[in-house]
Design a binder for this molecule. Structure first.
Ligand code: PMV
Length: 360
């Protein structure tokens, strides 16, 4: 599919008002997206586990205006209260997607949103919040044109969510989603995420993700700035080529359930992401001393216990610990005994691989 396939023709129905609610999850990348071209086109393909508990719930009430307005008309509430400082982000999002949802200026929208995870936990909510909003808007498009198929709905929602936040396009479906053209993945596209089409071994069913909240403060460098710094970066070309290779390797790992190779790829990807930050100009560091202490503890424990936990990192100091369900008791005991001391206020979140967004 190409961009113009997402521009709708005339709508067949007229809808005066309504309300829709979606719960959309966050996701954790295994092969990381870091670096982009114009219009949120990724510099390399990425793949993620869709999460289950870390999610945003968004309701959108809409009412048709007497005539179209020149500005977008919407109110925004977060956890029940008005949230003026989030409005510019939504405004930018609406501007980017208006071409694909031409009804946006025909309605007044009331957007109510809340996250399942604590505010300022250092957990990025952009993936779950932008995908939840894209889902609500696509639901209205489906009301206006009932001929939309599920496949088209998912692709266009992912395509729109991508304009809000790149990684948001991987939050519509589960349980493994790939975004970005890749030579061995049929149907993969830079424009939207697709449910991973390859064979997946049973060991990845119910795979766990325990998120250790190491630093709940605001990030010093936003991901937008970080992506930009990959332009002209000394190692960017090698990095993008490496992501392609890691994805090819993951195809076999998923099919065979080869956890040693899974661990190697996932941890290498996390460290490479942060290596890119440390070697860009200007350079910056988002991990904290506690992040490194946790990583070393994980390596020691894996060596002595012969379990299969591994870590990954987002653009922040928090540590995601991934492990198979069958090892959950032993690994949770280790986390409680040895790692919770490194978490801010002892906070961590128990999550697992999930099945995608849901209409409520
Ligand atoms: O979606 P963005 O623009 O916030 O970028 C997210 C980038 C990482 O979380 C660091 C990696 C990824 O693939 O999710």
């Amino acid at each position: 599919m190409i961009e113009k396939d997402f521009v709708p023709s005339e709508y067949t129905k007229e809808i005066k008002e309504g309300k829709v609610t979606y719960r959309s999850p966050s996701n954790i990348a295994l092969v990381k997206y870091w670096g982009k071209k114009e219009n949120q086109i990724p510099a390399n393909p990425s793949i993620s586990f869709t999460l289950s508990h870390c999610a945003t719930t968004t309701s959108v009430s809409y009412k048709k205006l007497k005539g179209p307005t020149s500005e977008f008309s919407f109110d925004l509430f977060f956890d029940g209260g008005p949230k003026e400082d989030f409005k510019p982000k939504i405004e930018t999002f609406f501007n980017r997607i208006e071409k694909y949802l031409p009804f946006l200026k025909d309605y007044h929208f009331i957007i109510n949103t809340s996250n399942s995870f604590p505010h300022s936990s250092g957990i990025a909510s952009s993936a779950s919040s932008m995908s939840a909003l894209a889902l609500c808007l696509m639901d209205l498009e489906r009301e206006l044109n009932s001929e939309i198929s599920i496949d088209f709905f998912n692709k266009k929602t992912s395509f729109l969510a991508r304009s809000g936040s790149g990684s948001a396009c991987r939050s519509i479906e589960g349980s493994i989603v790939q975004w970005g053209s890749h030579e061995t993945t049929i149907g993969s596209s830079d424009l939207y995420g697709i449910k991973y089409p390859g064979k997946v071994h049973g060991v990845f069913e119910n795979y766990r993700d325990t998120v250790l909240l190491v630093d709940k403060g605001q990030k010093q460098v936003s991901s937008t700035v970080g992506h930009d710094l990959m332009h002209g970066h000394a190692f960017s070309e090698q990095r993008f080529a490496q992501a392609h290779k890691n994805l090819t390797r993951l195809n076999a790992v998923f099919a065979e359930g080869d956890l040693s190779s899974f661990i190697e790829i996932v941890e290498s990807e996390a460290l490479t992401l942060h290596a890119m930050m440390m070697t860009s100009l200007p350079y910056f560091i988002l991990i904290k001393p506690k992040t490194l202490q946790i990583i070393n503890k994980i390596w020691n424990f894996r060596e002595t216990s012969k379990t299969h936990l591994c870590f990954t990192l987002d653009a922040g100091a928090n540590v995601h610990i991934l492990y198979p369900e069958v090892e959950k008791e032993e690994i949770m005991q280790f986390i409680k005994n040895e790692l919770v001391v490194y978490c801010e206020n002892g906070q961590y979140i128990c999550d697992k691989i999930g099945f995608g967004a849901k209409k409520l």
